[in-house]
Design a protein around this ligand. Structure first.
Ligand SMILES: [Zn+2]
Length: 411
């Protein structure tokens, strides 16, 4: 497993916008894809009556100059629920060690999800920029829900985000699961509970970034659990498993139908808030072909074209979705990243708000870079690998440095 993780680090020198990050994703077993885990706690929401004062931060009421107190029953319970999620699951979970799901766990999970979907976006506040920010009133992505799981191989503490980010993921995954009942979206890192710097990422600091694995098919076209391996210009890749052993390799391809359905659902349900989807150009092209094939509405297709681009590191094994600040988070101090689209600007102007762009800080970028693993370092650590792995890595070099003709890198 260590080898595997190192390999994925090696393959994934991913970046989010201008800041590099590594977002390794480890394969997960079939046994986990539909299982719920976590300690039952029947008093999870007993604290709803409690009031928790949150770090003294006041937020203005949208559309007015009057600040309102942050002591808020809902928000207090959000914070506490998130903490309980965290403490109930801080043990290292191995996919094969998970308990099979039972009814009470499923009830618990759906209770969590209904609760989260009922929250107002104002229960969380995103402050600062995605590479220099923090988060108040964070919500934890449940470990599993209809059509999604949080990757159990990723740090359990990296699954917090703003209310609207978590809701967008839950809603979009549910849409895919309605169409494809066996679909399981695997969600990698989000943000820490209080935001701020997070291991292996330059951004992911204010609850508006999420790494999402593509849906995968095996060589016969059957859905298989997402493993986060890089995909070539035809959308194919390998799960090499043990890098020294050629016999255990599994051929995989992107599941364009499910992956496009998820993206379309995200743009349909939260389109105004989707700022960027960082993705390698050749998968962007394949997804656009899929959009054409299924006759996706023009506005969804053009929105996808607008928000997608390849950063200087490729995102060929996952996509990174970044959300805009909500209008009231901007008033509280949330900073958006470039670009601000014209429709976004005019929507904000209508509520009397000017978007505020986060400044690019070179020193911060350097610090962020130190948190990530360079491809060279990962390669050094990976150790022996068989010929096919080496060939694939050589091939991969060809799509790392340049996007498709005529397309720019994300700035
Ligand atoms: Zn990311």
């Amino acid at each position: 497993m260590a080898l595997l993780l190192i390999f994925i680090l090696l393959l994934t020198s991913s970046g989010c916008g201008p800041t590099r990050e590594a977002a390794p994703a480890a394969p997960i077993g079939n046994s986990v894809t539909n299982s719920f885990s976590g300690t039952a706690d029947n008093n999870r929401f007993a604290h709803k009556k409690e009031n928790v004062r949150l770090q003294g931060r006041v937020r203005p009421t949208p559309g007015s100059n009057q600040p309102i107190d942050v002591v808020d029953e809902n928000r207090a319970s959000t914070v506490e629920a998130a903490r309980l999620h965290l403490s109930a699951s801080s043990e290292d979970i191995d996919a094969n060690e998970r308990e099979p799901q039972d009814k009470s766990q499923m009830d618990e999970a759906s209770e969590d999800i209904a609760y989260i979907l009922g929250l107002d976006a104002s229960n969380s506040v995103s402050l600062g920029g995605c590479s220099n920010g923090r988060l108040i009133g964070a919500v934890a992505l449940p470990k599993a829900g209809p059509g999604f799981i949080h990757n159990p191989k990723r740090p359990i503490e990296a699954r917090f985000a703003t209310v609207e980010t978590i809701q967008a993921i839950i809603r979009s995954a549910a849409v895919v699961a309605e169409t494809f009942p066996d679909a399981v979206l695997v969600v990698n890192d989000l943000c820490l509970r209080d935001g701020g710097p997070i291991a292996q990422h330059g951004s992911h600091q204010n609850g508006r970034d999420v790494d999402i694995l593509f849906y995968y098919l095996d060589a016969k076209g059957e859905p298989v659990p997402s493993v986060g391996v890089p995909l070539d210009p035809r959308g194919w890749g390998w799960d090499f498993k043990d890098l020294k052993i050629a016999q255990d390799d599994q051929r995989l391809q992107i599941d364009l139908r499910r992956t496009w359905r998820f993206i379309a659902a995200l743009l349909e349900t939260s389109g105004d808030l989707v700022q960027r989807i960082f993705i390698v150009e050749h998968l962007r092209s394949l997804l656009l072909q899929e959009a054409q094939r299924v006759k996706a509405p023009n506005d969804i297709r053009s929105r996808f074209e607008e928000v997608t681009c390849q950063p200087s590191t490729p995102h060929d094994d996952h996509m990174h979705v970044r959300f805009f600040c909500t209008a009231d988070d901007i008033q509280a101090g949330c900073l958006d990243d470039y670009p601000i689209y014209p429709r976004r600007r005019s929507a904000l102007r209508q509520v009397g708000i000017d978007p505020v762009l986060a400044k690019v800080d070179r020193r911060l970028r350097q610090t962020a870079k130190k948190r990530t693993t360079s491809p060279a370092e990962a390669k050094r650590r990976a150790g022996p690998m068989h010929a096919r792995v080496k060939r694939f890595l050589d091939q991969r070099e060809s799509w790392l440095p340049k996007p498709s003709p005529g397309r720019p890198f994300c700035r």
